[in-house]
Design a protein around this ligand. Structure first.
Ligand code: CA
Length: 532
């Protein structure tokens, strides 16, 4: 027997901690030993990915509690830093959904978790995070579970209404009228603001009493008329005249092409992206109407509009997958997808990430293709962690010249993928699926592949849920072996695709970086790290 087969700091099975590092490592949900991420990284993962839908290993309820507990620990350690983090991620449009930010913000209003300074700061920044009426209702529902209508929360709501210019406020009020049992009437009655201007006064009166007192903003006037209109042509005229959005129109009229034609002129970007299937279904966006197709193409690929609307790349990817499938995720709506619209979404996906300068380094992009990565990402029904990882890898590949894309599972199953960003995403995803057998996970494989094939790699980027367990050595040991054998101080970037508490990145290794998958800022962050 060779004793070092069973005890070695250079080669330890993933089912055991590395000798000497026992205190630094924890068992992941798959039973392998990895490093725990600290609470601040966990907060970031939660804000960017949420816990909706849970993971392959962890139920939504458990994952949410774990993440919320990490938020509480962060709030107790440094509440202001938590609020700053929420604000930064929310305003930069780094997260796919606002709900985790609103949930964490609600906790920052709680006297049980947050000190007075933190609560004051939460109050001040609230309207910058809860930017729409929809956000406000969601936040109000969350806050209900953490506190009553005391000062900080009441003042935040008052400011939300009073500090907005009247036209901005009126737009929010008629666009988002109620949600989850909350309405503007409820919030105004509970916060009872002293109106900032006579215009605010008459709008509040209309909201709470249902009748006008003095003049109302134009958008409200248009909204009231649209509610009373009963034919599509009339509504189309109102849409153009008052700049109404689809939420301000009676639902039954939304199936009318003439109404959507009017809406298309000024439709907000996110609404457009979400309704492409509908537009094709009602016969407006089809190959028979090339001028509509062209108009949609131009709008969807407008880089400034994408940036202004803070459209998250994941929303675009989701829309692309749904649109090209020709059927709604829920419900039984179907349509004939138009190729040029899929092209537009493909272009928009890359545009939604900020431009990044190429590093010129050799980069190995490795996608964990194991069974657990088949699970949907952030509760999105038609998008798996594996597909999201591929899309993210293609974004990183797009700016670089020297890259290799690998997919791996365990055992001998590691291979390069003949996939490039020049392919359309839906084709690339289909190609990836051809190479996959759902099976175990060994995150050391891409590193071992590089050692075996003597590949020159300046940075390994591994996209994974960090649930590795099936390897004969730890990824960190394989990384050290790569550096030793190749004489290259290769870096490792771990892109975490779920909001669990695990990472294969050694926190003691300064050549290692942990980032959150599908954070819109990731390409920039990775590029800076690789270049430094
Ligand atoms: Ca796995």
């Amino acid at each position: 027997m060779l004793y070092t087969n069973h005890f070695s700091v250079r080669r330890t099975p993933q089912s055991q901690p590395i000798p000497g590092r026992e205190a630094d490592m924890v068992q992941n949900s798959a039973g392998g030993y990895v490093f725990p991420v600290d609470d601040w990284k966990r907060l970031e993962r939660f804000l960017v990915l949420g816990s909706e839908g849970g993971t392959y290993y962890t139920k939504e309820s458990k994952l949410t509690v774990e993440n919320a507990q990490a938020v509480v620990r962060c709030l107790k350690a440094d509440g202001m830093r938590v609020v700053k983090t929420i604000l930064e991620i929310s305003e930069a449009g780094r997260a796919f959904k606002q709900n985790p930010a609103l949930f964490a913000l609600a906790m920052a209003f709680s006297p049980d978790f947050a000190d007075p300074d933190t609560r004051r700061m939460a109050k001040t920044v609230m309207p910058r995070i809860a930017r729409t009426g929809f956000h406000l209702f969601t936040l109000a529902e969350y806050v209900k579970h953490f506190r009553g209508w005391g000062r900080a929360w009441r003042e935040a709501v008052v400011n939300w209404y009073n500090k907005k210019p009247i036209s901005t406020l009126a737009y929010q009020v008629v666009k988002y009228r109620q949600r989850g049992g909350w309405s503007h009437r409820d919030l105004l009655r509970l916060s009872h603001p002293k109106p900032a201007t006579p215009e605010h006064d008459s709008l509040y009166h209309w909201i709470t009493q249902g009748e006008a007192k003095g003049s109302l903003p134009r958008i409200v006037e248009g909204f009231v008329k649209a509610q009373e209109a009963n034919n599509p042509k009339e509504v189309a005229v109102l849409v153009r005249e008052y700049g109404l959005t689809r939420e301000m129109i009676p639902t039954k009229l939304l199936a009318e092409p003439v109404v959507w034609e009017a809406l298309l002129e000024r439709v907000p970007m996110t609404a457009l992206i979400r309704n492409l299937g509908n537009l094709s279904r009602i016969g407006l966006l089809t190959d028979a109407c090339p001028e509509v197709v062209q108009k949609v193409y131009t709008k969807v690929t407008d880089p400034d509009a994408l940036r202004r609307a803070r459209v998250h790349p994941m929303s675009i990817l989701m829309a692309l997958k749904t649109y090209e499938s020709g059927k709604g995720v829920r419900g039984k709506n179907t349509w004939n997808p138009v190729g040029r619209v899929v092209d537009a979404l493909d272009t928009a996906f890359y545009l939604a990430f900020a431009n990044v300068e190429p590093t010129g380094k050799h980069i190995l992009l490795a996608i964990d293709a194991s069974g657990s990565m088949d699970y949907s990402i952030s509760g999105i029904p038609n998008l798996s962690c594996r597909e999201a990882a591929l899309a993210m890898a293609l974004v990183l590949a797009k700016t670089e010249q020297n890259y290799t894309i690998l997919a791996y599972t365990h055992g001998s199953n590691v291979r390069t993928l003949p996939i490039t960003p020049r392919q359309r995403l839906d084709d690339a995803i289909r190609a990836l699926h051809r190479y996959i057998r759902a099976e175990g996970t060994d995150c050391a494989l891409p590193l071992l592949w590089a050692i075996r094939s003597k590949a020159k790699v300046d940075a390994f980027v591994i996209l994974t849920d960090n649930e590795t367990w099936a390897g004969r050595m730890h990824p960190v040991q394989a990384l050290q072996e790569y550096r030793r054998k190749m004489g290259i101080p290769a870096k490792l970037v771990v892109v975490g695709m779920v909001s669990n508490g695990f990472s294969i990145a050694d926190p003691n290794d300064s050549g290692t970086l942990d980032v959150v998958g599908f954070d819109a800022s990731v390409p920039q962050v990775i590029s800076d790290f690789i270049r430094s």
